[in-house]
Design a protein around this ligand. Structure first.
Ligand SMILES: [Zn+2]
Ligand SMILES: [Zn+2]
Length: 284
């Protein structure tokens, strides 16, 4: 059987509920409908902001995956559908290079009927994540010049009040005037990271959705079940110079969600030896 047929048999023509209220369906639905042959539905009663937002007005619930799972399960219970898809973004300093902004997008699919769960992700430093303490409107304008405004929205705030989704100079000035009336003069401005206000972020939500589809399209080499994915990465690629093991990956281990079949694929990066630069013996 061809891969497309396997996938069509698995998901074909079923309704999938997409747990979003930030217009993520614009980039997610076309991919999901084309490749998984599901019909995507966005429930209108869903308020995903109760599960945590980036603007600190509601605390994030659990970690990133738990938050996505929670949204998906909530959407399932609202709609009675058996497939749910949810996405969740994470922003902060890069784990290895803390002065660089970092965005990890995660897309989760749960299929209750097949007891199937899979996660797609994308990671990038291409993000306009920024915030700044400001004193006056000129500071705000200068900030906006650096963050892709007005295509990307901003938020202005003090400790008591915030105005989100600002996408024009006029709105920015009005928002600032409103804040000036308050006793709290501790102003700051930040980028609005909600998907529909942040086209850069939207690109990586699309990439995470594509990653989810690619993982589903990977079939078990024994039983052809979808979602044959990497469960472990083995270190120990040999150094080209001295032949000793390096910390680089030598093999990816795949495991089937259905039959449990495991397979090692050697040299996932296409290199059969490590550069001596990565060797603890040659380059201590
Ligand atoms: Zn299998
Ligand atoms: Zn070496």
């Amino acid at each position: 059987m061809e891969i497309k047929e396997v996938i069509a048999n698995f998901f074909g023509k079923r309704m999938a509920t997409l747990a979003t209220m930030h217009q993520k369906e614009k980039v997610m639905s076309p991919l999901l409908e084309k490749h998984l042959r599901v019909r995507v539905h966005v429930p209108t009663q869903l308020n995903t902001d109760t599960f945590g937002t980036f603007t600190r007005d509601v605390d994030r619930m659990g970690n990133q995956l738990e938050a996505a799972r929670h949204k998906a399960q909530h959407a399932l219970s609202l709609t009675g559908h058996t497939i749910a898809i949810a996405s969740e973004g994470l922003f902060g300093p890069h784990p290895l290079v803390p002065w660089v902004g970092y965005n990890r997008e995660l897309v989760l699919l749960i299929d209750v009927e097949n007891q199937f769960e899979i996660i797609g992700e994308s990671m990038t430093t291409d993000t306009n994540l920024k915030s700044l303490q400001i004193k006056n409107i000129e500071d705000a304008h200068r900030f906006c010049e650096k963050v892709g405004f007005p295509e990307h929205a901003v938020i202005v705030r003090n400790n008591n009040e915030w105005i989100k989704g600002i996408t024009s100079k006029k709105e920015l000035e009005q928002a600032f005037e409103r804040l000036m009336k308050s006793a709290d003069k501790d102003f700051s401005i930040e980028t609005d990271m909600r998907a529909m206000f942040n086209p850069t972020r939207m690109k990586y939500i699309e990439a995470a959705t594509q990653n989810l589809i690619d993982k589903i399209y990977s079939l078990c080499s024994k039983c052809s079940y979808p979602g044959f994915e990497v469960v472990e990465r083995k270190k120990g690629l040999l150094c080209r110079e001295c032949g000793l093991k390096t910390p680089l990956i030598i093999a990816d281990v795949y495991r089937c969600k259905k039959c449990g079949h495991c397979e090692e694929k050697l040299y996932p990066k296409g290199k059969t030896f490590a550069d001596p630069v990565n060797c603890l013996f040659c380059n201590p």
